[in-house]
Ligand binder design. Sequence first.
Ligand code: TYM
Length: 346
Amino acid sequence: MTDAVQTQSSPGEFKQRVFSGIQPSGGLTLGNYLGAIKRFVDMQENGIETLYCVVDMHAITVWQDPAALRRQTRELAAGYLAAGLDPARSILFNQSQVSQHAELGWIFNCVARMGWMNRMTQWKDKAGKNAEKASLGLFAYPSLMAADILVYHATHVPVGEDQKQHVELTRDIAAKFNHDYGVDFFPLSEPVIEGAATRVMSLRDGSKKMSKSDPSDASRINMTDDADTIAQKIRKAKTDPEALPGETEGLKDRPEARNLVNIYAALAEQSVDQVLAQVGGQQFSQFKPLLSDLAVAKLAPISGEMARLMQDPAEIDRILGQGAERARAIAAPILARTYEIVGMIR
Ligand code: TYM
C-alpha cells in the first residue's frame, strides 16, 4: 500500500499472540479446514496464547437469515472443537459477544482510507459491478477485520492465501494509527500462510478457489459430507489426461492435478515432494481412490464429532460465552488505551 506510513513497530516487541477467525456464512469446506482450522489447532500446541473467533459480525455484511446464522455459528464452533481446538488452551468465542471489536472497528474506519478499501480484491470480486447495491459493511469489512486482530495486539494471524491482502491492510492501519497519533501502540501483525494447502481450489475448476459460496456443491468438499459423497466428488473432480509427475516441477501448468496433490499432502501431513515420490507415475484412476480414502479417514471423525456436539447447543453456547469473557479481559484495556490515545473522555 503506497500511501501507508511505516513505523518502528514490529511483532518482536509485543507478546506473541495468535488471532484468527472464520465467517459463519455457510457450511465449512475442506478449504477452511486445511487452510485455517487444522493450522489453528497445530498452533495451539506451541504454548502461545491463541484466540479463535466465529466472526458473526462479518457474516452479516451479506444477508443472513437469523435462524440460519445462529445454526451456522454453532456449527462452526462445533467444527473448531471437533477438529481438536481445546477451549481450555485456546480462547474460542463469537465476535458479537465482544463489543470491543466493533468499537475499535469504528476508530479504524476513521483511520483507513477509501482508496485502500477500493483496492481490496475480495471487495472487487464480491461487489463486482453491483457495488452500488453492496452493503456499506461489506466495503468497510477489512477495517473490522483489522480491529479483530489489533484489539488483542495479535502478532500472528494464520490464514489462507486469500486473506493475505486483508492482513497486509491491517498492518497499514496499525502503522497509520501509530504515525498519526505519534505512538508505538499497535503491532504490525504477520500473516502466517503455511503448508501445502494455503489455497485449496475448486474440484470443478483448478483456477477458482474452493468456496462455500460456489453455486456448485460438486466444486467443494463440505465438512459435513458423508463418505459416499466425498468419494463421489473426488471421483468426478476435474483432472487432465496425464499421469502424475514424480516431482513438484511437473505440476506446473496442471492446476487440477496440483490441487489434488496439495490436498493429499495437507491431509497426510507430508510435503508435495514426499507425496509425489509415492504416487508419481500413477493415473488419476489409481490416485483418486487413495485420495478419497484418506479424505474420508481424516474427515469422517470430525464430521461425526460435529454432529454429536450439535446435539447439545447449550454446551456450545456455554463454551462461546466463556471464551468471550476471556477475550473481553484482553480487549477491554487495549480499547480503553486506544480511546485515551485518540482523545476521548472516559
Ligand atoms: P473466511 O470465512 O472466508 O475463511 C476462513 C479461513 O479459511 C481460509 N480459506 C481457505 N484456505 C485455503 N483454501 C481455500 N479454498 C480457502 N477458503 C477459505 C481463509 O483464508 C481464512 O483463513 N475475513 C476472513 C475472516 C476474518 C478473519 C479476521 C481472519 C475476519 N476477521 C481476523 C483472520 C483474522 C474471512 O472471510 O475468512
